[in-house]
Design a protein around this ligand. Structure first.
Ligand code: ADP
Length: 902
């Protein structure tokens, strides 16, 4: 480079030819060019470049050499100018040297940009006048060393990574004290301590429990000698997660060398084989147990209380067989070691050898129940039944090597059962016949075995008591449903002392239905079968629902009691009037006993003048119509005539045909007599009252005429009031008198001709005067000549109008008319009062009948007005009736024949 520098035409550069160079430049260049240490110099404003031979290789081939000599720095290093120029500036401005080690400064050389590492120092070269004239670079390229180092680091890193990710437990221990440098999760898990607590510590400090087990010596040896150490299934005691444990490990301790080939640590690889070791140990134990078990198994076979044998291989060679089996086969111990078919040739054609083979191949246990097997026994082919099990027999590897057969002969049981089944089938057949017969009668059947407590109930039985078809019922459950009062009855039967136990019983008691708790009467009959000890072994019998019959019985008993103890005579008779029943009251009322009357004609008690009543009654009954409260007279045995009230209703048979009549007769003679007495009394009182009232009336009339011209208004009104009251009283008393006369048949009609229309008008006018509160509209007609009792018809009209006023309330208009309808004159009185309910309407013409309302309480009355009116109208061969609806007012009508001549 010295030569190149000398020959370079420096005059072309801004620093000029060498003879003009300042002293410091020349000195520095002298040192530089003679040094073999790589050096580079920038000089002057534009950093003109110099370098020595030491530096030359760093510029590579086909690179900056030799152009870089004398070139401006900026032009030479465009690719790194940004990196180095600040350093140059720093040196220029501060005058202090820089130091960079292994710094990456990529440069263009060998035809490309290369990654080059340098350790370099930029230092100032002072100019003549004390300024920084240039920057000297002393450098050494460290690319190779850096890359080698990097590789080394990468290796270490890779190793650590490999260890961390290794599928086995691994760690790196460094230095003579075996410091845990890297430990992967597996080894940390194995150690049972958190990684943070062990990494960075000498291994025997981190795991003090691992001391004293020879591991220190092994590790020291590997570290000291560089020899690999290996160990298999080594037991190590470790304190893991607070528990001292023995673990088994396979180890490899490998020396770990640094770049110089010196051992710097150990790579430990540990595989935890604890499970494997334990399993192996378990297997060993198992194998030894198996040996014992095998021995035991043979013993079990030999001493089993049932036939048992072990057959090996495809041919079922008899390996072990016990005496029970030999006895069953009727063979001896010489069979051992021989194939089954050789011993039991009769098996050919029977399925059992094939079954054994199937089990041998499939490993599936085969169970046979009561299998029929033919065996050559005692010199003949014997039929027998066996329960047996064929089970695969495996060796310790689980391979099937044979089968174990356990057999049990059940020939006798099967035969016994078959006989029983035949019997049962026979029994079932006859039983079902019997059941059919029983079902037809509606009887249920039952069967009870005290020993087993099995209670059988037939479907019909279940139907009767509402028990589900499948519902299990115990005797206790059944007893629970028996009506408490009747329980005793059954318990008595069940707990009778032995000597008194009957072999038949017939009980009637009540049971609650299981489904709806309805009480049913049942008739339970049964027979008891005794065992040899005389104890009941079986009870069986029938059940019949007798509820209806029982209820009918009860009903008729009640009815009979009512009939017997009734105060009224209750008699029944046929349509031919023959008496069929006669109760006590009939005996008392009519004096004939039951014997005297049953089978006799009823005409015996009908007075001769009333014999026509009977055919009329029978005729009515024939039409199905009852006769209600028909008052008539009947004859007693002693000839006395009785007043009776009869209620007669038809008697029907089951098909509804009328076959007779039942008659309730009440003796009303006494009632009649009382009424008569009362009527007589009323008649007498009315009669007695009438005389003073007549004279009172006369006095009043007289007084009134005397006072005619008298001006005193008090006296005048007093007189008219007195008159009115006397009139009212007279009507009342006349009413009573008429009733009593009517009752005793002494009412006489004093008939004469008069005009009904005029009579009605007079009464309307009269009433309008007295009670002005109700306007009365009268619609009159042509002449209505009637031949009647003027006074009595007056009282009828007065009564109807009076009632209309009384019951309709103030201001309500009343309409009265008189009309001619054919041969009759009709009078009607219509009001707008409260109206009358239909049931009352039927009865208002009855004697003393009053409707019980607040209104009828307010207005006085005895309920005789309408009664008398109707009797009077009927006495004139007229008709009287009323139409009314509640709330719609009432209209009363009566008719009288026109121009009647009596
Ligand atoms: P009384 O003396 O009670 O009025 P009646 O024989 O005249 O006796 O009447 C019998 C019953 O008929 C009365 O108590 C009354 O309840 C009912 N009655 C009669 N006429 C009428 C009517 N116009 N409106 C409503 N109810 C009436």
């Amino acid at each position: 480079m010295g030569e190149l520098t000398r020959n370079f035409d420096w005059s072309q550069t801004e620093i000029g030819s060498p003879d003009h160079w300042p002293e410091p430049l020349r000195v520095t260049l002298g040192i530089m060019l003679s040094s073999r240490f790589p050096m580079f110099l920038w000089w002057g404003e534009n950093l003109i470049q110099f370098y020595n031979d030491g530096y030359r290789p760093s510029l590579g081939n086909e690179g900056k050499h030799p152009k870089a000599l004398g070139q401006r720095g900026k032009e030479c290093w465009p690719e790194i100018w940004e990196i180095i120029y600040p350093l140059i500036r720093q040196v220029q401005t501060t005058g202090e040297a820089t130091w960079s080690e292994d710094q990456l400064v990529p440069i263009y050389r060998n035809g490309r940009i290369e990654e080059v590492y340098w350790t370099f120092s930029y230092s100032p070269v002072w100019g003549e006048s004390g300024e920084v004239g240039g920057v000297l670079v002393v450098c050494t390229e460290t690319t190779q060393a850096v890359l080698a180092n990097k590789k080394l680091e990468q290796n270490a890193h890779n190793l650590a990574n490999m260890i961390l990710q290794a599928p086995v437990a691994m760690c790196i221990l460094t230095g003579p004290s075996h410091v845990i440098e890297v430990a992967n999760e597996r080894i940390i898990e194995l150690w049972g301590k958190p990684g943070s607590a062990v990494v960075g510590k000498p291994v025997f400090d981190a795991l003090p429990e691992a001391r004293g087990q020879g591991l220190e010596e092994v590790m020291d040896r590997v570290y000291g000698t560089g020899e690999t150490f290996e160990a298999q299934e080594m037991p190590v005691s470790l304190l893991r997660n607070g528990i001292q444990e023995i673990v088994y490990q396979n180890f490899v301790y490998q020396p770990y060398r640094n770049d110089k080939g010196n051992v710097s640590g150990i790579i430990a690889i540990t595989v935890d084989v604890t499970e494997h070791v334990l399993a192996k140990k378990e297997l060993e134990r198992f194998n030894s147990q198996l040996r014992i078990a095998n021995e035991n198994f043979r013993n079990i076979i030999l001493h089993a209380p049932v036939a048992m044998g072990l057959f090996l291989g495809e041919d079922m060679v008899i390996d072990v067989i016990n005496n029970n089996f030999l006895a069953l086969w009727d063979r001896d111990a010489s069979v051992v070691g021989k194939p089954v078919l050789e011993i039991l040739p009769e098996m050919e054609g029977q399925p059992y050898f094939q079954i054994m083979k199937d089990v041998f191949h499939s490993g599936e246990t085969h169970f046979a129940n009561e299998a029929k097997v033919f065996l050559n026994r005692n010199g003949s082919l014997d039929e027998g039944y066996y329960n047996f099990i064929n089970q695969a027999f495996k060796d310790s590897d689980g391979k099937i090597i044979g089968i174990v057969v356990v057999a049990h002969e059940v020939t006798e049981q099967v035969q016994a059962r078959k006989r029983l089944e035949e019997l049962n089938a026979e029994f079932a057949l006859s039983g079902s016949r019997l059941r059919l017969a029983i079902d037809a009668t509606g009887l249920g059947t039952w069967d009870y075995e005290p020993q087993t407590e099995v209670l059988y109930l037939s479907p019909e039985f279940r139907l009767i008591l509402g028990i589900g078809r499948e519902e299990p019922v115990t005797l206790a459950a059944f007893m629970n449903n028996v009506y408490s009062e009747d329980k005793e009855l059954i318990l008595q039967q069940l707990t009778l002392p032995r000597s008194e136990l009957l072999d038949k019983f017939d009980l009637k008691y009540r049971v609650c239905r299981f489904d709806n708790n309805d009480l049913r009467w049942v008739n339970v009959r049964g027979i008891v079968l005794f065992d040899e000890g005389g104890k009941p072994a079986r009870l069986t019998g029938t059940i019949l629902d007798i509820t209806e019959a029982r209820q009918a019985e009860e009903r008729s008993a009640k009815l009979a009691a009512i009939v017997t103890f009734s105060d009224d005579a209750i008699i029944s008779k046929t349509l031919d009037s023959v008496v069929t029943s006669w109760n006590r009251a009939a005996e008392r009322i009519f004096g004939y006993t039951e014997e005297e009357m049953i089978g006799q004609s009823i005409l015996k008690i009908i007075p001769t003048d009333r014999t026509d009543e009977e055919p009329r009654i029978i005729e009515r009954l024939g039409r199905g119509e009852p006769v209600d409260h028909f008052e008539t007279k009947r004859l007693r045995k002693d000839g006395k005539v009785l007043d009776v009230s009869l209620t007669i209703s038809p008697l029907r048979d089951n098909e509804g045909n009328i076959i007779g009549a039942s008659k309730i007769a009440r003796d009303i003679s006494e009632q009649k007599r009382n009424e008569q007495r009362k009527n007589d009394f009323i008649g007498m009182v009315s009669h007695e009252l009438k005389t003073p009232l007549t004279s009172l009336n006369a006095v009043l009339q007289f007084a009134a005429s005397k006072l005619k011209n008298f001006e005193d208004p008090f006296l005048r009104t007093a007189m008219s009031r007195a008159n009115l009251q006397v009139k009212k009283m007279t009507t009342l008393i006349n009413g009573f008198l008429n009733v009593s006369r009517l009752e005793s048949g002494k009412m006489y009609l004093d008939k004469r001709w008069f005009d009904l229309d005029s009579l009605v008008r007079e009464i309307v006018e009269e009433t309008s005067l007295v009670s002005a509160s109700n306007p009365i509209l009268f619609e009159h007609c042509e002449k209505t000549p009637v031949y009647a009792d003027y006074d009595k018809i007056s009282s009828v009209v007065s009564n109807l109008i009076g009632n209309a006023v009384k019951y309709s309330g103030n201001d309500k208009p009343i309409n009265v008319y008189c009309r001619i309808d054919g041969r009759m004159a009709t009078v009607s009185v219509a009001d707008n009062g409260p109206g009358i309910k239909p049931e009352d309407l039927k009865r208002i013409f009855e004697r003393y009948y009053r409707i019980e309302t607040d209104l009828s309480h307010q207005v006085g009355g005895f309920g005789i007005g309408l009664y008398l009116s109707s009797e009077i109208v009927k006495g004139h061969r007229g008709k009287i009736w009323a139409k009314s609806k509640p709330g719609k007012g009432s209209t009363f009508y009566f008719t009288l024949p026109l121009r009647q001549i009596e």
